[in-house]
Design a protein around this ligand. Sequence first.
Ligand SMILES: C[S@@+](CC[C@H](N)C(=O)[O-])C[C@H]1O[C@@H](n2cnc3c(N)ncnc32)[C@H](O)[C@@H]1O
Length: 316
Amino acid sequence: MFPERLSAAVEANALAYDHKELAKAAAQISEKYRAERGDGSRLVTKDCETAAYAAVRMPATFAAVSAALEHTLEHTDCEISAAADIGAGTGAAGWAAAELLESIAELHCYEREPKMRETGSRFMQEADIGIKTEWHSFDITKDTPGRSYDLIIISYTLNELSEKDRERAVDMLWEKADKLLLIVEPGTKAGYANILAARERLIKAGADIACPCPGNGKCPLNGDDWCHFTARAQRTKLHKLLKGGDVPYEDEKFSFIAAAKCAVKPCEKRILRHPQISGGFVDLRVCTADGISDIRVTKSSKQFKSARKADCGDSI
Ligand SMILES: C[S@@+](CC[C@H](N)C(=O)[O-])C[C@H]1O[C@@H](n2cnc3c(N)ncnc32)[C@H](O)[C@@H]1O
């Protein structure tokens, strides 16, 4: 859950702006992200845009990274004490890691835009993230972190880079990840294509894929289907005011890959679709080491109880 104290800091920050100005900035940001230009352009640079990003996007990207990391931790056995958030924006991924992993003692956030850095670092102080944090001015197309980290997360950032810069970023971050590299992208066809390209690169570099795949085999999805999951974020009053609508939550689609240098135990089956539950059985579409299959878990099966409670993205 998006921490309440962080939500309060995001809201207090947004109150400095006229809500019409913020709503306009939020709409422009959505438009820019929808275009998925991937050309390295600077998308969020002004104070008001940063405040709007934090109010309308940060809860959703926090939810996506939290879900991806939670799934990943089920399949890895590594002690994480130092973490880095690359292309940190206002710090959503860093917050997700700090909330999920009590073992984290320090978090370093790397970000190109000064307004994002200033706001993200202020949120971590005001809302008291509870661990040592450092923010670095950093351009992923030319800089390299000065040290390595147990866990590196890069969320919703690869898709802003050119193909050449994405490849450089993946290679460099893998080198700097001592135990785990988690890449999260929007759950679009383009986001999944970035994840797939990174996956192939990481496997060639010797990575073990910890999650969401059932191992290092070739991804069986092709054509119009792509691997993505959904994370639910509760909507605040401010979010509803800026984006309109009354629905109390939004479902954020995301794709991800977790590559490990520490021990992994990949899943046997990953649920790819929302389970279809009937009285006596649950129908699941799953990804396995042998490909995609549609399975029916019946009442007599040992897995029935867990299948009934399972959701898309879970392993079984
Ligand atoms: C969509 S935001 C994602 C922010 C955050 N990771 C999240 O999940 O909410 C993409 C971030 O990547 C940053 N970014 C884009 N290109 C970058 C680059 N070349 N070097 C460093 N950061 C970059 C942007 O400034 C922005 O903060």
